[in-house]
Design a binder for this molecule. Structure first.
Ligand code: TYD
Length: 207
């Protein structure tokens, strides 16, 4: 690996906005620079993330405030886990590319939970490890919905056009209100994946 500062890059966006594809293309770009990446996502595969996925699959029901707290708890695990944690991976010299981070909590949980409380739950994460760059893959809610329904039969908790519209607006509001001091860039995700990836690569090369 060449000498470089490990970067923490977060990819946010509606369901179906192409996060997974873009994360893989960014990894390829950084690898072509000779730099190794660690790919990760929230909810995590840790115990906290498994609880969340079970709730999203409707196997368990909890109060929306509990779900907001679980996402925040999962984020704490994600940051501090001694082996798989974000801090550990960055300390080991890897660039970390994460699918979703605290802006997703503000975007999704704010439908049912006081945004001020969600922000309070996530303030430690923002202070401990803000991303070097947050990319918002912006997509109109109907296109997001179409992409989701074309790829899967089962729709998770948040997947209706009305909800996606609220989520998109909440994302934009969260960047304004909670994104202070951060490097957040909105990218038009309705274009072909290669065009989106080129934009992201250029932004990362500037860091
Ligand atoms: P994810 O696995 O990223 O779903 P997808 O691949 O469909 O985008 O996330 C699962 C769901 O969890 C997704 O609908 C968004 C939601 N979510 C929250 O509600 N709050 C959060 O803090 C996070 C990280 C995700």
């Amino acid at each position: 690996m060449t000498d470089h500062r490990p970067l923490f890059i977060v990819i946010e966006g509606l369901d179906g906005s192409g996060k997974t594809t873009q994360i893989e293309m960014l990894r390829d770009h950084l690898q072509a620079r000779g730099e190794a990446c660690y790919l990760t996502a929230e909810p995590t595969e840790l115990i906290t993330g498994r609880m969340i996925r079970s709730i999203l699959r409707h196997e368990q029901t909890v109060d929306p405030r509990t779900l907001a707290a679980l996402f925040a708890a999962d984020r704490v695990e994600h940051i501090f886990h001694p082996a798989e944690g974000l801090l550990a991976q960055l300390a080991a010299g890897y660039h970390v590319i994460a699918s979703r981070y605290y802006f997703s909590s503000l975007a999704y949980q704010s439908e049912h939970v006081d945004p001020g409380w969600i922000a309070a739950l996530n303030r430690q994460a923002k202070h401990t490890l803000p991303a070097d760059l947050t990319i918002f893959l912006d997509l109109d809610p109907q296109t997001s919905m179409d992409r989701i329904t074309s790829r899967t039969e089962d729709t998770e908790l948040f997947e209706t056009v009305e909800k996606l519209t609220h989520v998109r607006e909440s994302f934009l509001q969260a960047f304004d209100v909670f994104g202070e001091g951060e490097n957040i860039v909105t990218v038009d995700a309705s274009r072909p994946p290669v065009a989106v990836a080129d934009d992201i690569a250029r932004l990362v090369d500037m860091l």
